[in-house]
Design a protein around this ligand. Structure first.
Ligand code: 2AM
Length: 206
């Protein structure tokens, strides 16, 4: 029987936990939620990232900018799943060996796809490699519990906007640091055209 761990017990449960026998928690229809695990940001770091976004707009960039309350560092995108307990258990297992660690904001960067526009972000420096280690332990813990493999490489960043154009030549070096105290499992939903991220479970690093 799966029980959620940690102070932040799951706020809700998706009914049947997962499609047994598929080896994967991906579901077709049903109660699946769009899930991801991220590092939440303190207010001063949100403000610093919002300042980079404001400078980017002043530079002349346009696109779909993310509201600062939605800023986060994605650790692992899970996608459509209703395996909340398994995700929480994997987080608990990975957090066990993790102490709070320092992350630092750095320069503006962009992921360019095939189109003219790109995803604009603030690069996050993980100088001690602690976020990478956490990512790897979490990845293994999720895999053990039947989740698909995620991205092969972690590129820590805070997304500022999508479909961004006009960012050529933009730079905004930053150096603000903060201590990552935990990781959070979120449900992502589109509510009246805006993304809403609901925290479902939190694991603190101790
Ligand atoms: P990013 O913005 O940090 O790059 C919630 O949707 C978060 O999950 C997004 O902020 C995005 O991360 C990440 N995400 C969304 N869709 C994804 C996908 N198909 N593959 C990987 N990550 C995704």
């Amino acid at each position: 029987q799966c029980k959620p761990h940690g102070a932040g017990a799951l706020a809700k449960s998706g009914g049947g936990l997962y499609n047994e026998g598929t080896g994967s928690h991906k579901t077709k229809g049903g109660h699946a939620m769009r899930l991801f695990i991220a590092i939440a940001l303190p207010p001063d770091i949100r403000r610093a990232a919002a300042d980079t976004a404001a400078r980017l707009r002043a530079h002349g960039a346009e696109g779909r900018f993310v509201p600062p309350e939605n800023y986060h560092i994605t650790l692992r995108f899970i996608g459509e799943s209703n395996a909340l307990c398994e995700a929480a258990e994997a987080m608990h297992s990975a957090a066990r060996d993790c102490r709070p660690f320092l992350l630092r904001l750095s320069d503006y960067g962009a992921f360019s796809g095939k189109s003219e526009s790109s995803t604009g972000f603030v690069t996050v420096r993980d100088d001690q490699g602690e976020l990478r280690r956490l990512y790897e332990t979490l990845e293994a813990a999720l895999w053990e519990r039947g989740f698909d493999r995620g991205r092969s490489r972690l590129m820590p960043h805070i997304t500022l906007g999508r479909s961004i154009t006009g960012d050529t030549g933009f730079a905004c070096p930053r150096n603000e640091a903060f201590t990552a105290q935990g990781m959070t499992l979120y449900e992502s939903q589109s509510v009246r055209g805006q993304m809403a991220y609901t925290p479902l479970h939190k694991e603190l690093f101790v």
